[in-house]
Design a protein around this ligand. Structure first.
Ligand code: ZN
Length: 362
């Protein structure tokens, strides 16, 4: 009987599988994804699904907390969706276990802390996000190991052969404010329970770009997003993670993030666009949230029939109802008190709506 411990906070699925192999005495050469299927006699599922059921967790919960899938599906075409509203089996197989070809990353200080607390160390999912080279907790550069390490070794066993980043990458990961902001934005995307719609993203990026006088649509002359990327983050980091910015310039996916509502590009491009246009991750996500409310409000106003909506949280449901009453003519204070929402939250949405209307008129 195979022993499967519960995954630890932020533990990467591949690392959890590696730990299961270590605990059960599986030899290093057999520490590959298909071994778990042979051990349990079921080869029809993704290894993460097998691990989730052996650990007594739902597959959706396991994918959300132990794979990079929430990051890869953070921006979606059409409306914003709650986690779990998708074909789990299909996406889990195609995206969730994508190994990072640039290697698996470890933080030596996390390893020290883990070993003194748990007696062993484990692979963290948040260290494996594409383009992330610092530990958010310790603010130091990560070390690179082979991409297959998580299934074969514990982090403390990989430390000896781990490689330091190149001096250039090390400096830019630690010091470049745009790259640091990109990292914070990626971490936020990873933890969101609700996807961001391309409509919400495009409205937000376009208005922000217009405000900063960055070229926001075809035919408008001026600085473009790819120019900003080259100015703020050129070098090894940009070439490794966004090679098409150098090759394609204004036709790169980065410059399409604020025009295309019909296609969702890789999350990394949205994270970079937000990092270039905003001074902080908090400002970027607060604007994105306001645009979600605004898009809902516009839909309500233009819909001849009362529409059914599914609020993201209890708070945002109350806010949407208060906003709806206000738009039908009720005074702000009355709408807020009737629906139990904070006045400042409603004011923030109204501020964005007014800004949007004024900028469009100009
Ligand atoms: Zn750390």
């Amino acid at each position: 009987m195979i022993h499967v411990p519960e995954p630890l906070p932020d533990e990467l699925a591949a690392g959890h599988l590696g730990r299961v192999y270590t605990i059960n005495g599986i030899s290093k050469k057999d520490r590959v994804s298909c071994t778990i299927h042979k051990l349990v006699g079921d080869e029809s599922r993704a290894y993460s699904e097998t691990l989730a059921s052996l650990a007594g967790l739902s597959f959706a919960h396991y994918l959300f907390h132990h794979t990079l899938l929430p990051f890869y599906r953070a921006v979606q075409v059409a409306e914003s969706k709650k986690w779990g509203v998708f074909n789990e089996n299909l996406v889990a197989r195609t995206v969730a276990h994508r190994a990072n070809p640039l290697g698996a990353m470890i933080c030596p200080l996390c390893i020290d802390e883990d070993v003194s607390f748990w007696g062993f160390s484990y692979w963290r999912r948040s260290h494996q996000l594409p383009g992330i080279y610092t530990c958010q907790k310790h603010q130091i550069a990560l070390l690179r190991t082979s991409w297959s390490s998580p299934m074969k070794l514990l982090p403390q066993e990989s430390l000896e052969k781990a490689e330091a980043l190149s001096p250039e990458l090390h400096i830019s990961a630690i010091e470049n404010p745009t790259i640091r902001r990109y990292g914070e934005i990626c971490q936020e995307f990873l933890c969101r329970e609700r996807s961001i719609s391309t409509t919400q993203m495009v409205s937000c990026l376009q208005q922000r770009a217009r405000r900063l006088q960055v070229r926001s649509r075809a035919g408008v002359i001026g600085l473009h997003l790819h120019d900003m990327a080259r100015r703020q983050a050129s070098g090894e980091w940009l070439t490794a993670h966004f090679p098409d910015i150098e090759k394609k310039g204004s036709s790169s996916s980065l410059c399409r993030t604020y025009t295309s509502q019909k296609i969702a590009y890789a999350t990394t491009y949205y994270a970079l666009a937000l990092a270039l246009l905003y001074d902080s991750a908090d400002d970027a996500f607060s604007d994105l949230e306001a645009y979600r409310e605004l898009n809902l409000a516009i839909n309500i106003q233009s819909s001849p029939q009362p529409i059914h909506w599914e609020p993201a949280t209890e708070n945002s449901g109350r806010l949407q109802r208060a906003l709806s009453e206000f738009l039908r003519g009720m005074p702000v204070d009355q709408a807020c008190s009737q629906h139990g929402t904070e006045r400042h939250a409603l004011e923030q949405v109204l501020r964005v709506a007014t800004k949007h209307a004024l900028e469009n008129r100009i």
